[in-house]
Design a protein around this ligand. Structure first.
Ligand code: BTN
Length: 240
């Protein structure tokens, strides 16, 4: 698959740059920035993006820009597999989009659709690679590969592998509508399932047992009274 990489020293957000490029009709384009001044996460949260991390967006023009949640799943799988290959560190996925190591967040993924005459998707990867420390507000919940390994990581090599793994999943499964395979692979790395969790949604806090995901990647939660509900969006707390 042909793609082009644009590497910047600083950007507000690689997601915003991806949107700009989409307006120009570009796709299969990868935007990387050494730092972001306005990096953002899910629910419009600020995403800490200092030097040392991998801040990257992959701009795509999928055949079917529905099912964007599957791109998030594919991205998380690609990150777990590339980390394993490059550093031997075994990481896990927390529904829907966090890659973590022993409960500390290493990577978040933000997939945004850009809908118009033609549809695009920007898959944003925020991976903590070579940071030595984090600001006070996230230092207890974040980890970097360098802190885990106690040595500097070859970020370029890792980036190349993430891109390679991601496009493999994108071309072989997402674009061929083999979405079940993506879920199966995702489940192998996801350690949220069969755990008691507390979910915070926009309107409430619910506790229950995470028992699976449905065909739209929503989380299925079994409540105390055995009722099963669907969680479309929310933050999850799991006891590891
Ligand atoms: C999350 O867990 O909330 C998702 C975080 C996604 C952060 C990445 S960094 C690269 C891309 N550009 C952004 O502004 N956000 C995403």
């Amino acid at each position: 698959m042909d793609y082009q990489i644009y590497h910047f020293k600083s950007l507000a957000s690689t997601q915003d740059k991806a949107k700009e490029f989409a307006r120009e009709g570009l796709f299969n384009v990868i935007i990387i920035s050494d730092l972001q001044t306005k990096g953002r996460g899910r629910f419009k949260r600020k995403w800490h993006s200092s030097k040392g991390g991998l801040w990257m967006s992959i701009l795509l023009k999928p055949k079917n820009a529905g099912n964007l949640q599957y791109l998030t799943f594919a991205a998380a799988i690609a990150v777990v597999e590339a980390i394993k290959k490059n550093t031997k560190i075994k990481t896990n996925i927390k529904w829907p989009n966090d890659v973590h190591y022993k409960g500390k967040k290493l990577c978040g993924i933000l997939t945004e659709g850009i809908f118009g005459k033609e549809d695009y998707a920007a898959v944003g990867f925020g991976l903590n690679v070579n940071q030595n420390h984090f600001p006070d507000d996230i230092k207890d919940i974040a980890a970097s590969l360098r802190i885990i390994k106690n040595k500097k990581i070859d970020i370029d090599k890792l980036t190349k592998n993430i891109i390679k793994e991601f496009f493999k999943l994108y071309n072989n499964y997402y674009n061929k509508n083999k979405l079940k395979t993506i879920i199966q692979m995702w489940k192998r790395y996801c350690d949220t399932l069969n755990k008691n969790v507390i979910v915070t949604t926009k309107t409430k806090i619910i506790s229950g047992k995470a028992i699976g995901v449905d065909e739209n990647c929503n989380l299925l939660l079994k409540l105390k009274d055995n009722k099963i509900i669907k969680i479309i969006e929310g933050d999850l707390r799991v006891r590891y």
